[in-house]
Design a protein around this ligand. Structure first.
Ligand SMILES: O=C(O)[C@H](O)CO
Length: 349
């Protein structure tokens, strides 16, 4: 059904004027409005069968073609990051909506009080994203440190020239890693860094003594101490008003000129203009970013022109296994709400 609906594009509007898209959709199952576009649009296409056991998927593009007739049918909205804007207009247009489920843990793109004011619950998929996101953080750190992306390009394009001096990386083993945000993902990063013999510093609102002992990490009550001492600074905090542009020009200037900034949280946690300037002026050595603002970064953005940056399209959780579990969790949460039960992962403010 998903593939059928996905093919139902503009030509259907002139379908002899006799049948609407709505009439072509199997309405026996509850309907989900889903993001099927943007960097993560493919996710639903890969895992549509998991969802379709219980629901009819209405892709957002299809919804836009016959909003008038489809809006009453929608019982749940599945979102992935900020690709589909769940704003007041959308909420007002969906009278039978019961739940908005976010694929991922970060819900900074959702106005939860506004959504709740329509009697609609918000759920996410915590816990299952931690390993994949921490793995990617390590991957970015290693790739930036050892210039893996440059090495790949060189291998494909060289004409037996000498490797330039600029291709030389820096060591991860034995270096100091500063983790900003020792939540579940931050802790997983620390556990992965330990066998690399890294000295681990962390900064967090609350001291996490148990985690600290488990990975031999040192708590920095002042973020400044962490920034000054670390060779790699990895940002793993949630985006909130308190963390927006947490890393700006002042913070970047505190970092070592040989250090690398890695961001696997949200783009807005780092002041991107300040980062561009710091990288251009070599205030820091490099940056490796899974997240930016906006996402994806527009072609020709100044960050993309810099040789000392790696940019990924927000793929922290983007592995086959993790995505499948996330989609299953999304389904479980939606089924619970539609069945009148408490969902396992309701996000409350
Ligand atoms: O929040 C998360 O879990 C990831 O960043 C996916 O959006």
């Amino acid at each position: 059904m998903f593939h059928l609906i996905n093919r139902l594009k503009t030509p259907l509007l002139s379908f002899g004027g006799t049948r609407t898209i709505c009439q072509l959709i199997n309405m026996e199952k509850p309907c989900i409005l889903a993001t099927t576009f943007g960097a993560h649009g493919g996710i639903y296409k890969c895992f549509a069968p998991v969802v379709e056991k219980h629901f009819t998927i209405i892709p957002y593009e299809t919804f836009l073609l016959d909003q008038k007739n489809l809006s009453e049918q929608i019982n749940a909205v599945f979102v992935w990051s900020s690709a589909l804007k769940v704003d007041r207009d959308l909420m007002q247009s969906l009278p039978n909506l019961k739940v908005v489920v976010n694929g991922g843990v970060g819900v900074d793109h959702l106005d939860i009080p506004m959504i709740n004011s329509f009697g609609v619950k918000v759920c996410n998929t915590p816990h299952v994203v931690d390993n994949a996101t921490a793995d990617l953080g390590m991957g970015l750190m290693l790739a930036s440190a050892r210039k893996i992306v440059e090495g790949h390009h060189y291998s494909l394009t060289h004409n037996n020239e000498d490797l330039p001096e600029s291709s030389m990386g820096v060591d991860v083993s034995g270096a100091t890693l500063g983790i900003i945000g020792m939540g579940r993902i931050g802790y997983k990063v620390a556990r992965r860094a330990q066998p690399f013999d890294m000295k681990i510093l962390y900064h967090n609102r609350n001291r996490r003594k148990e985690e600290e002992r488990a990975v031999g990490a040192m708590y920095c009550a002042n973020m400044e101490d962490l920034l000054q001492q670390s060779d790699f600074v990895m940002v793993v905090v949630n985006l909130s008003p308190a963390t927006q542009k947490l890393i700006g020009a002042k913070e970047l200037a505190m970092m070592k000129p040989t250090s690398t900034l890695i961001n696997i949280s949200r783009g807005l946690v780092v002041d991107q203009d300040a980062l561009v300037e710091a990288l251009q002026k070599k205030v820091i050595r490099a940056a490796a970013l899974d997240v930016t603002y906006p996402e994806p970064l527009p072609i020709g953005h100044p960050l993309a022109a810099l040789p000392n940056v790696i940019i990924l399209p927000h793929i922290g959780t983007h592995s086959v296994e993790t995505t499948q579990i996330m989609v299953e969790k999304m389904v479980t949460n939606a089924l619970a709400v539609l069945g009148g039960n408490q969902p396992p992962d309701e996000v409350k403010v």
